[in-house]
Design a protein around this ligand. Structure first.
Ligand code: GLC
Length: 632
């Protein structure tokens, strides 16, 4: 198409002259801003908000009164760390910085994490009012971003263990390792209740049952925040609301199928089923709640004023702050200005942008000046954010603690206990626990997850999507655990593919450790979750050389195995155990008993999805194994 000069061209300022005027305008604006900021009163060191002896409410109000509208707007911005670099004077003043999963420091070690976070904190303290920023990350199964950290079972495994005190201890140990890096905010616990195993985030929830999720979520918050007057850090109850109940095929991201899709549920079901875990979290004192990326009633959750303001803040009395999820505000649509107005008026207090924060600040300032957002709403949002920062001690004592706690033996022992208690025995033709037969001398091991600490850890581990391979520093593979438990007198044969050049019945028993590679979010959406052809072949290879085969499934969810199950002598669901693979052998060899139960139904066919909130199958037929099932 031939581009012709627009009709209005003759009326504009000659283009060439703009080249001279623009820099002058920019310079004038810069100095005007500089003069304005520096014309603001200097802050006396004995200002009430700096006095740790005063009540938090008083400190919050004193600080709020001193803030300009622009400084308030900046406090409502949560920026991912690669979009704001230390030394950039502008970031002094944003409310928070986050490491999206995998957003690591140059020096990806515990020391490197501590030093990176410290730099951001110091820079934020250099702002006019010295408001420390909150650094946040996803410690969803231990401090998973950091190589060498203790990796606990992902939440679905804690749901199988179903012990609030164990969950609290795991969260407490997680907080100790996270705080050692100087980080005060974790985007956990995840209170999603997965109703469809095709979703890539099943393993991040505890259970498909509301009461179990409420109990374990509250326990996790007790552990993460602590139970004293000064929380150890901020927990984040996520994702508000109904994000476990999205319908297959409703994803808005073309690469996904169900993640970030639509939750088709009536307000009655929302209140009866999805709300209780968040009520328990608020009662437990959660200091932040993250709004999900799903849609309800045709509206993105970040724009749902009824559920955020009327229900969460009004009915439940939530006093912390509401943070939106990754880019979720701008997905509301209508352009960044309109979306920002919609989200903040709906009750979002801090916006996980997570990129450009300057346009966001400008939009909030303009919206207040235009009357599209009331200053009272901005004050409420900032008050909530400051309250959380004061109550967690960020203004007074935010020094990182001792890095030696990261990956220390005591925590690994706790993680190993949690692994053992998360295992669910689904079938046992009198072969487990091993060592019952004195003639047991040779064990053959195969499968993609036997010697793969990346698979047993799952995603949200060093990288967003995890690492498929034996690449987790400090971790023990399931195979290594079997070798150690079997002892020197036992011969252990291993071939991932199950390709043993041996006559039939050469081994007394075969153990197939099979399952899924790591995945996160919609990347894990799968129309038919099942075992790979390689793993099925590995099981067949074991059946050739050993009389009996024990199958251990390492996965983030139940898999369709109904056709193969009859050929197996025993079946154990190990979920995503994390770094301490020896916990699996502890139970296989009888050092600990099986105690886990299914946190959600194990379906027998695709027709049974999605489950109903009461744990029944879509077609009403019996699942392969019902929720709550587990042999001893
Ligand atoms: C992701 C997830 C959320 C996580 C956030 C920050 O999109 O939905 O659970 O906390 O981004 O990594």
């Amino acid at each position: 198409m031939v581009h012709t000069k627009s009709r209005s061209a003759s009326r504009t300022v000659p283009y060439r002259s703009l080249l001279y005027v623009a820099p002058i305008i920019a310079l004038v604006l810069f100095f005007a801003h500089y003069l304005f900021v520096n014309a603001l009163p200097a802050i006396a060191p004995d200002s009430p908000y700096k006095d740790a002896g005063r009540p938090i409410e008083e400190r919050t109000e004193d600080l709020l009164l001193r803030m300009t509208l622009e400084e308030k707007a900046a406090q409502m911005a949560l920026v991912e760390k690669n979009s704001i670099t230390p030394g950039n004077a502008g970031y002094a003043g944003v409310g928070g910085v986050l490491s999206g999963a995998g957003a690591k420091p140059e020096d990806n070690t515990p020391e490197g994490w501590r030093d990176m976070v410290a730099r951001y904190m110091e820079e934020s303290r250099s702002s006019r009012l010295g408001i420390p920023l909150l650094y946040g990350l996803d410690a969803v199964h231990g401090h998973g971003n950091v190589p060498g950290a203790t990796l606990f079972p992902h939440s679905i495994g804690l749901g199988a263990a179903n012990d609030p005190e164990l969950t609290r201890r795991v969260a407490e140990a997680t907080a100790e390792e996270v705080r050692a890096s100087g980080v005060f905010w974790s985007f956990s616990p995840n209170l999603d209740m997965p109703q469809d195993i095709r979703w890539g985030r099943v393993y991040e929830g505890f259970s498909s049952d509301a009461q179990v999720t409420a109990d374990l979520g509250a326990a996790y918050i007790r552990g993460l925040q602590g139970e004293g007057n000064t929380p150890a850090m901020l927990a984040t109850a996520k994702h508000y609301l109904g994000t476990g109940g999205m319908q297959w095929g409703t994803a808005v991201n073309p690469d996904y199928r169900i993640d970030q899709g639509t939750t088709q549920a009536s307000e009655e079901v929302i209140r009866e089923f999805y709300l209780p875990p968040f009520r328990a979290a608020v009662e437990q004192g959660a200091l932040s709640v993250m709004v999900g990326l799903n849609t309800i009633d045709g509206k993105k959750m970040s724009a749902n004023k009824h559920l955020i303001t009327d229900v969460l803040k009004g009915e439940l009395g939530f006093r912390g702050f509401v943070v939106s999820d990754w880019y979720g505000v701008y997905e509301i649509g209508g352009g960044e200005y309109a979306a920002t107005v919609a989200a903040i008026n709906a009750g979002v207090d801090m916006v996980m942008l997570p990129f450009e924060y300057k346009p966001f600040v400008q939009n909030v300032v303009a919206a207040v000046q235009n009357g599209d957002i009331s200053e009272a709403r901005v004050n409420d949002a900032v008050r909530r954010i400051l309250y959380a920062k004061f109550v967690v001690g960020l203004f007074d004592n935010s020094a990182p603690s001792n890095l030696d706690v990261i990956g220390a033996d005591a925590r690994r022992a706790l993680a190993r206990e949690a692994v053992a208690r998360s295992l669910v025995l689904l079938k046992n033709e009198n072969v487990l626990p091993l060592f019952r037969s004195p003639t047991l001398r040779r064990i053959a091991v195969a499968g993609s997850a036997a010697d793969n600490t990346g698979r047993q850890s799952g995603a949200w581990t060093i990288e967003w999507q995890g690492i498929d391979g034996n690449a987790i520093p400090g971790a023990t593979s399931i195979l290594a655990g079997i070798r150690s438990a079997a002892g020197p007198e036992m011969e252990i044969l291993y071939d991932a593919a199950g390709d043993f050049d041996l006559p039939e019945d050469s081994a007394d028993i075969g153990i197939a450790v099979v399952g899924e590679g790591p995945y996160a979010e919609g990347v894990g959406d799968n129309p038919y979750p099942s075992l790979s052809a390689e793993d099925l072949q590995a099981i067949e290879g074991l059946r050739k050389v050993s009389g009996e085969v024990v199958v251990v499934i390492v996965s983030g969810r139940p898999l369709f195995i109904q056709k193969e199950l009859p050929k197996w002598d025993a079946l154990v669901a190990a979920w995503l155990p994390g770094s301490e693979g020896a916990g699996v052998a502890d139970v296989l060899f009888g050092k600990r008993s099986f105690s886990g139960t299914l946190p959600l139904p194990w379906p027998a066919s695709i027709r049974q999805l999605p489950f109903t909130p009461s744990g029944r199958t879509a077609d009403g037929a019996m699942p392969l194994f019902p929720r709550g099932f587990g042999l001893r």
